[in-house]
Design a protein around this ligand. Structure first.
Ligand code: NAI
Length: 251
């Protein structure tokens, strides 16, 4: 059974990793996909993903746009609406980490993480709610992190940005629930992607694995399954929630 037939989904930062897995999962379930990437080096991957998504029989297009930039986000969403007609689902997935102990954390590093991880969620969400309000339905899914719930030494900027996403999510859920627009967050634990490459080797990997009840890192596909659930009508009575996909780490 296809869960997202004829829906249009926006996914930010989808040329690789968790975002790419979500795009593929949504396409498998019949959604048309508008996704973003930010760097020139991702262009080839974005084109390849467009082809893969189209091969699944859905409409797919990528935009090179910086989700941290308000003006670019406004243009991006208006172009998606012009081309796809509407936006039913929005996955705010783009994110970066600039890990450093507080004494070494520069104002520039702090601001960059806040702009990409948190301001981007405001930038895109503020635009997508217009078509959702018109349609009186929609599902917004924000990619937080277990670190936004637990905190972590050396990750204060990342943790603050991801905790901010949770506050934003709960507020938007309350603001827009009466219009049947749902807003939820996902808090992944350690997922095997480029972002966590440095954690996946040697002693450091073992120290993390010891803390995970399921005894392994998660996969992007496992995060995409939860995202599919939150995007679809299977979660029609769920809003304002944070779902951890963390192998039990947050227990
Ligand atoms: P990744 O580094 O593979 O992917 C992040 C994507 O965001 C990349 O495609 C990148 O180009 C894009 N991006 C970065 N800045 C952007 C901007 N300004 N505008 C548009 N796109 C931008 O990382 P991964 O692991 O796939 O992470 C996806 C999301 O999941 C992130 O928000 C991350 O914080 C979150 N997350 C990841 C975890 C993990 O263990 N991998 C754990 C918890 C949360």
């Amino acid at each position: 059974m296809k869960l997202l037939e004829n829906k249009t989904a926006i996914i930010t930062g989808a040329a690789r990793g968790i975002g790419e897995a979500i795009a593929l999962k949504f396409a498998e379930h019949g959604a048309n996909i508008a996704f973003t990437y930010v760097s020139d080096s991702s262009e080839e991957k974005a084109r390849a993903l467009e082809l893969k998504l189209s091969a699944a029989g859905v409409k797919a297009r990528s935009w090179k746009t910086n989700a941290a930039d308000y003006a670019q986000s406004e243009i991006f969403v208006s172009e998606v609406i012009r081309e796809f007609g509407t936006v039913d689902i929005c996955v705010n997935n783009a994110g970066i980490s600039k890990d450093n102990l507080l004494l070494r954390l520069t104002p520039e590093q702090w601001s960059e993480v806040m702009e990409v991880n948190l301001k981007s969620v405001y930038n895109i969400t503020r635009q997508v709610i217009r078509p959702m309000l018109k349609a009186k339905s929609g599902s917004i899914i924000n990619m937080s992190s277990i670190i936004g719930i637990k905190g972590n030494a050396g990750q204060s900027s990342y943790a603050a940005s991801k905790a901010g996403i949770i506050g934003f999510t709960k507020s938007i859920a309350q603001e827009l629930g009466s219009r049947s627009i749902r807003c939820n967050a996902i808090a992944p634990g350690f997922i095997e992607t480029d972002m966590t490459q440095y954690l996946q080797e040697g002693e450091i990997s073992k120290s993390f694995l010891d803390k995970i009840p399921l005894g392994r890192f998660g996969t992007s596909e496992e995060v995409s399954n939860t995202t599919l659930f939150l995007a679809s009508e299977l979660s029609s009575y769920i809003t304002g929630q944070v779902i951890s996909v963390c192998g039990g780490l947050n227990t």
